[in-house]
Design a protein around this ligand. Structure first.
Ligand code: PHE
Length: 342
């Protein structure tokens, strides 16, 4: 019995076979277990001797089992190490990597130009107090120019909270919390109840520039915008101001860029400027003294300029796109087409 068991354990080549051998030779129904059970049926004088013999045999069987178990476990371990090795150099069916959004990159490129001029970058909330989005900017409740900006109101209306219609409330926030000199740029998302089409979206991106310091004039504004335009569109780009109106600036202007595709020549065929020779880039002006007062800055000492332009538009102009929708539809192939440099 003992020898048969030991031989069976030796013959087992892996842990599964050993398990079977254990059940056969050391389990409850194995010959040795049955023999053990029969001891009780023996005459008393034979029991002691039989018990000792069977006990010894069981000891030997268990020892052989444990030894074989240890050997096979080591072998199993070694086999696993070999068969489960991962070859990290093998090519795999990789998932396509995602891509940074071109507008994120465009915002960073714009922010870098400001930072290089020594300006700070400021951000504000997209859900904004009506007072900061409008009143602080000289757009009181009855101001007709409020209708220029088709506003998303949050409910209940008594809370006076809007989705900001422009980045200009960040100007107000900055002036309320900081003393001049102020040189800040505020990029961010803005919202208007515009119908979604090739050139409009209810959510788009603007960057606001604000300078408040002693002796600031419209000339500083023009110089800063010229510098920005050159940095973003390349040497030789021209800007022009057209008189305009914003409640928060006086005087105010629209700023246009000389069309860098047709440069104003043969403009009739140009898709970028649609025959105008110029493309509209943003709004700007000298900060209205009423805004300075609302924000606790003395207009006798300080003056400033502000401007705002579209980040999406800037991106579209730079890449000759005439439909902004792909920018907002989340197709990674569109983003990936622009790579990591824009
Ligand atoms: N906030 C204006 C707009 O969204 C742009 C602007 C900013 C104009 C700063 C003047 C000064 O239309």
């Amino acid at each position: 019995m003992r020898d048969a068991a030991i031989a069976a354990f030796e013959a087992a080549t892996d842990l599964d076979e050993l398990k079977q051998a254990r059940l056969d030779h050391a389990g409850d129904r194995s010959p040795i277990a049955l023999a053990n059970r029969e001891i009780g049926a023996l005459p008393p004088q034979a029991r002691k001797e039989a018990g000792a013999r069977i006990g010894k045999a069981r000891g030997a069987i268990n020892k052989a089992l444990a030894e074989r178990q240890a050997v096979l476990e080591v072998e199993h371990e070694e086999r696993m190490l070999v068969t489960e090795t991962v070859d990290v150099s093998l090519p795999t069916a990789r998932r396509r990597r995602g891509s940074r959004h071109p507008l994120t990159m465009q915002s960073e490129v714009i922010a870098d130009v400001f930072v290089a001029m020594g300006w700070e970058i400021a951000e504000g909330p997209m859900v904004e107090a009506e007072w900061l989005n409008f009143d602080a900017l000289n757009l009181g409740a009855d101001h007709p120019a409020r209708t220029m900006q088709d506003t998303f109101w949050t409910v209940p209306a008594e809370n006076h909270v809007v989705l900001r219609t422009h980045t200009s409330p960040v100007q107000a926030r900055t002036m309320l919390t900081r003393k001049p000199p102020i040189y800040v740029a505020c990029p961010g998302r803005v919202f208007r109840t515009d119908e979604y089409d090739a050139t409009h979206s209810p959510m788009f991106h603007q960057v606001e520039g604000l300078v408040v310091d002693e002796g600031i004039t419209m000339a500083h504004l023009k110089g800063s915008l010229d510098h920005l335009a050159t940095a973003l569109y390349g040497e030789g780009i021209t800007t022009r101001f057209r008189p305009s109106y914003f409640p928060f600036t006086e005087p105010s202007a629209e700023v246009d860029l000389r069309c860098f595709v047709c440069r104003g020549e043969n403009s009739d065929e140009c898709r970028t400027c649609r025959g105008e020779g110029w493309i509209e880039w943003g709004g700007c002006g000298v900060v209205n003294p009423r805004v300075l007062i609302a924000c606790g800055i003395d207009p006798e000492v300080y003056s400033g300029f502000a401007f705002g332009f579209g980040i999406d538009r800037t991106f579209m102009f730079r890449h000759g796109l005439d439909d902004l929708r792909p920018l907002f539809e989340g197709d990674v192939r569109f983003s990936a087409a622009f790579g990591t440099e824009i």
